[in-house]
Design a binder for this molecule. Sequence first.
Ligand code: PLP
Length: 434
Amino acid sequence: MEKIKKITLSEKEMPTQWYNITADLPNAPLPMLNPKTKQPATPEDLLPIFAEELVKQEFSTSPFIDIPEEVQDLYRLWRPTPLVRAYALEKALDTPAHIYFKNESTSMAGSHKPNTAIPQAYYNHRQGIRRLTTETGGGQWGSALSFAAKHFGLELTVFMVRVSYEQKPYRKLMMQTWGAEVIPSPSRRTATGRKILHETPDTPGSLGTAVSEAVEMAISDPGTNYAIGSVMNHVLLHQTVIGEEALKQMEKAEEMPDVVIGCFGGGSNFAGIAFPFLRQKLTGKHNLRVVAVEPLSCPKLTQGTFRYDFGDTVGLTPLLPMYTLGHTFTPASIHAGGLRYHGAGIATSQLLKDGYIEAASVPQTETFQTGVLFARTEGIIPAPESAHAIAQAIREAKRAKEEGKQRTILFNLSGHGLVDLYAYEQYFAGKLPS
Ligand SMILES: *Cc1c(COP(=O)(O)O)cnc(C)c1O
């Protein structure tokens, strides 16, 4: 039999709705709380910085939400993305397992992030907003939003953590090429930035400060809103286009995964691949395991506690009921920058607490060994974040071999690592701490 490597969908088969897992959660999560009143947060709390439609989605309990035509149209620039059977990796591992991956690295930004950047820019544009602000660490989210904002005619100001701005010029240049204004944070543009610069002029900056600057700018101008790249329900919702496609593709391959795997920062690509499959599990259609994979150095799922905590490091956001290491936790500066986040968001935390998903952690050296093996077998150089998912897929495939069982494994390749080659250089030079 001929081996089919890539399971593709036509543009006509692209999903027309996102999936909102809130509707199917067996135990409703606790509400987010307004940080001042400690009462359940209301849509009014979020409207000063987010578009109305996004706030509606944040609180929605409808299971399916239509993807606007304009968003579908832009998705078609690179979606549907391929589902690939990793035959070469299977062979290298000499495993009876079937390994599939969903390739989200094919977008303009090289990751899954445009899946939410595009609808966020769209809804803000439709509401008459002129400008968006956001923060970015390594630049993955900022670059995705830059293209989306430009497409809908919005200005975009990105506060980029100063040390990344200086040390990672390529994503900054991607953002500038797509027309965004990129400002090293802390900056003189906001009261928060000026205060920090006055106190510590040489600070390398932090994601928390960059969030505060972006939010401050959005609050102080009615024509400006803020956009966020992960953690919140509406972001996870937009990413489910990944898993909805993968579900159709697995059906075409005439297999269903026994285990679905995603790397975990704030949970958006994990939710994207996993939630549509979890619907099958929660509604009793198909039993499967779902694993979220985090860095050993930032282990909120495997070692954090479930409690109310802020979504950001400064304490501006609503309080979220979630697994957290505490919002003041400073993770080691591993190269998988997108996974250095202290909390886990509401829906994923509830699912973990109730035992519907599992969590695993991987040390940094294992992720780079994995990244190199994947590059040398499947050809794609993975983002250090995505390599966490691959590492877990390999662990599962090795276990299948030990147990002499066929098992079908699906993981999400959240992005490529072509802008992260410096990290691979450090790895080859033996300079990476585990
Ligand atoms: C941002 C990012 C992540 C982590 O964010 P999630 O919201 O957890 O998905 C993972 N992989 C890549 C390639 C990213 O850009």
